[in-house]
Design a binder for this molecule. Structure first.
Ligand code: NI
Length: 225
């Protein structure tokens, strides 16, 4: 069987290897199909997660949020009822996240600060999608870097799954982290990166895509205070 060789095309004097061409074409065709299907699936997920983008006008608020039962960074059980009457700025992520989560948490903390005393009416909430590593103690230490009033929530895998489902957050453990597959506690988690602004009755008031700055968030929050 003729093997396709990487440098075959760069040597003009050599005859072409006929067996290699269809093999490569078939593989390229298959790859193209896989990429197209993947792109369509990605687009569908984006539209699902951002239904407001379809209208071109005022975004319609999808049914995001709802009941959850989790544990805070002090080990106390917390449900959505504990936030009634307050605005909630909610983000799902994990503390081992290399850059996306820290950026979002920084902007959230800065937005609360930008509101001044009125910021007391807003609860910044971080819900982990990695409860195996994000213990209450770990959340407490980590969140202190971003804002003193941050509420960090974790729970059992089932509790976290239920909360993520209520907020239409996708997450999935990636195979390996920086050190490779050898360390069972070294992995990345793919996840939706959207900051939700929930109203005093628990309904979604706005959502901010990744990259939204603190000032833009504070402006929107002020409209609701
Ligand atoms: Ni992250």
């Amino acid at each position: 069987m003729a093997k396709p060789e990487k440098d075959g095309a760069s040597h003009g004097g050599e005859p072409a290897k006929p067996a290699a061409t269809p093999f490569i074409r078939r593989r390229t065709g298959l790859l193209a199909v896989v990429l197209i299907v993947g792109a369509l699936a990605f687009a569908a997920v984006q539209l699902y997660q951002h239904p407001g983008r379809m209208t071109g006008g005022t975004p319609t608020m999808p049914a995001v949020g709802g009941p959850f039962s989790l544990t805070d960074q002090n080990g106390k059980p917390v449900t959505e009822a504990g936030f009634k009457g307050k605005l909630m700025l909610v983000y799902f992520g994990y503390t081992f996240c290399p850059d996306v989560c820290p950026t979002a948490l920084t902007e959230m903390g800065n937005a609360i600060e930008a509101l001044g005393p009125a910021g007391d009416k807003v609860a910044p909430v971080f819900i982990t999608v990695d409860p195996a590593r994000d213990t209450p103690e770990h959340l407490k230490e980590y969140l202190a870097y971003f804002h003193p009033r941050f509420v960090g929530l974790t729970g059992t895998a089932e509790q976290v799954t239920a909360a993520a489902k209520a907020y239409r957050v996708y997450y999935a453990k990636a195979k390996t982290g920086a050190a490779g597959a050898s360390d069972a506690l070294d992995y990345l988690v793919d996840h939706t990166s959207i900051i939700y602004l929930m109203g005093p009755e628990g309904g979604l008031k706005a959502h901010f895509p990744h990259g939204t700055g603190a000032d833009a968030m504070a402006k929107k929050i002020r409209e609701l205070l």
